[in-house]
Design a protein around this ligand. Sequence first.
Ligand code: ADP
Ligand code: MG
Length: 684
Amino acid sequence: MPASRKKSSPQKSLRTSDKLARLGLSTDMALVLHLPIRYEDETQLLTLQEASMKPGLVVQVEGVVSDCDVQYRPRRQLVVKLSDGTGLLTMRFLNFYGSQVTQMATGKRLRVRGELRHGFFGDEMVHPAVKSIEAGAPLPDALTPVYPSGEGLSQALLRKAIANAMTRIAWDDSLPDSVRESLKLMPFEPAVRLLHNPPPDVDEYALAERTHPAWIRVKFDELLAQQLSMKRAQAARRQQGAPVLAQAGALTAALINALPFSLTGAQRRVLDEIRADLKASFPMQRLLQGDVGSGKTIVAALAAAQAIDCGYQAALMAPTEILAEQHFRKIAAWMEPLGVTVAWLTGSLKKREKEEARARIESGDARLIIGTHALIQQDVEFAELGLVIVDEQHRFGVAQRLTLRNKGVGSVPHQLMMSATPIPRTLAMTYFADLEVSVINELPPGRTPVVTRLVSQDRRDEVIERVHAAALEGRQVYWVCPLIEESEALQLQTATETYELLSAALPDLRVGLVHGRLKPADKQQVMDAFVRGELQLLVATTVIEVGVDVPNASLMVIEHAERFGLSQLHQLRGRVGRGSAASVCLLMYQGPLGPVAKERLTIMRETADGFEIARRDLEIRGPGEFLGARQSGQAMLRFADLERDQWLVEKARDLSQQLLTEAPDIADTHLARWLGAKEDYLRV
Ligand code: ADP
Ligand code: MG
């Protein structure tokens, strides 16, 4: 019976250098900077009798194989018995190769490391790490590094490649002694050598926690390289030409005049910041942050007005059709009476309508263009694009934002990004370092805070009664259906069922249903009816998450609130509380709630401040998830941790500035060492 399950792996035929290259390890320096993810303690050896006293712990033992057998019950496995004269150990391997059967044949001497358990047949280890050894082979006297690896690359191979590379590289410290000493950093060479080969007396805890001075040095170097790279990119941006949008003119003045409200202090301040950027001859890259309802749209419209005043086009891109449409309606209503042609472009337009829109964009007839991803299609050409505005910027990929920016003709348009989701400080300093930030930290006057309550699903009848009462008082109500991540179809079905149930339970109310699968025209019809007050209750999926603005709506029910993310709940809740009436948001949940769900819903009840909510969300989820792993700055850092090492981020930022102005050659050397095969730290 053949014991092996041969895996034919194409990687086998790859040369070692190719396998290393796949991990980005194509230079000696890259190999040297390929540092262990953890360490294993192989310095201690226990007898099997001693090991038997330590169930649940990882131990290392040594012995001779007394039996090696492939068993088929309860499932196929390799079972190897090891003895050392003091006891017997059974090892089980559920996945194994033929070579392992040979390695562990009866009579072979093995050193074995794994977690010991007291099993039914005595002491056991499942899938221990196994090494063939000679009798009396010495134990290592220091921790053994374990490197991040790829398929077909053994630890032994990596170790050897790294050790060889260490004999070849130039070990010069990229930081001058004076700088290094003032920052109390370890020199480069001993730090890196220590991490690869920790001495026997090393502080194991500090090594594991990455608080050891050697780790601090490496993390600092990494962050410094990242800061330098960001600042270089920023300098490069300043070399690019952008349309000089020198000043606001007649359109801007007319628009401000026509508004039914006056701008808040915060809106005026951020507008000044934006205007100063638009005057420059290099492209603006500014993020406008402001909580839900803080009034970002009018700021965007006024920025667009300045571009139009200066003879350029402006484009506004939003992540969903509903949001884009809402912008279009609102902004067109402001701008068209002032003689501005506003074009509308989304994927759902008919072919002929699209062609028309594209023609007006290309001829320059359309001065302001609003739409969805359709704006960045290849066949969309602008006549003279001066400003691009991206709403809900975090919902777009980097490539999409760049594509829109590349639609300029002969120059790079200014870019304004908007978000209701604040960026954590450390991310702003690293990943978004080449980004100016403006914050609207004040809501327009006259808002009444939304009261948030948590209600168990069991009290659904009471909630329905409450909806009824609100409608009879002339108020309008949103009923948001649960998010079903696995299936959009299921989500749709639930929404439809809820709509039918509520229509039956509230026969005297006019109820509407809106969801993502409706045709845009039908969707719009429902939304319009709700905006006009013809519908009293709107059953919706999360399509209403962003943008929708109906001041008379003062009650929102969110079903299965425990399934939503905090910022999503905050966005949803922002749909009420837009008028002067006191508003209520009922978060219905299905008990029992786990501790995290409970904490999240409690945060929603206790705070209305979007920035605070985002901060707490970050605490619970960690920054990696904040912008999605793909976009997170953390993803680009191998050693430093943006949250834990914030103090280092700040030091690295300060030094990067100093080096670039006072010692650009040092900056170059350092960057070259750390960037190596990595193309760039910059992803904005
Ligand atoms: P968001 O920042 O969430 O995009 P909007 O731009 O949609 O917010 O603004 C929310 C609401 O506040 C809109 O109805 C808008 O017309 C109104 N608004 C904006 N600025 C002011 C202001 N200065 N005074 C009164 N209402 C304002
Ligand atoms: Mg908005």
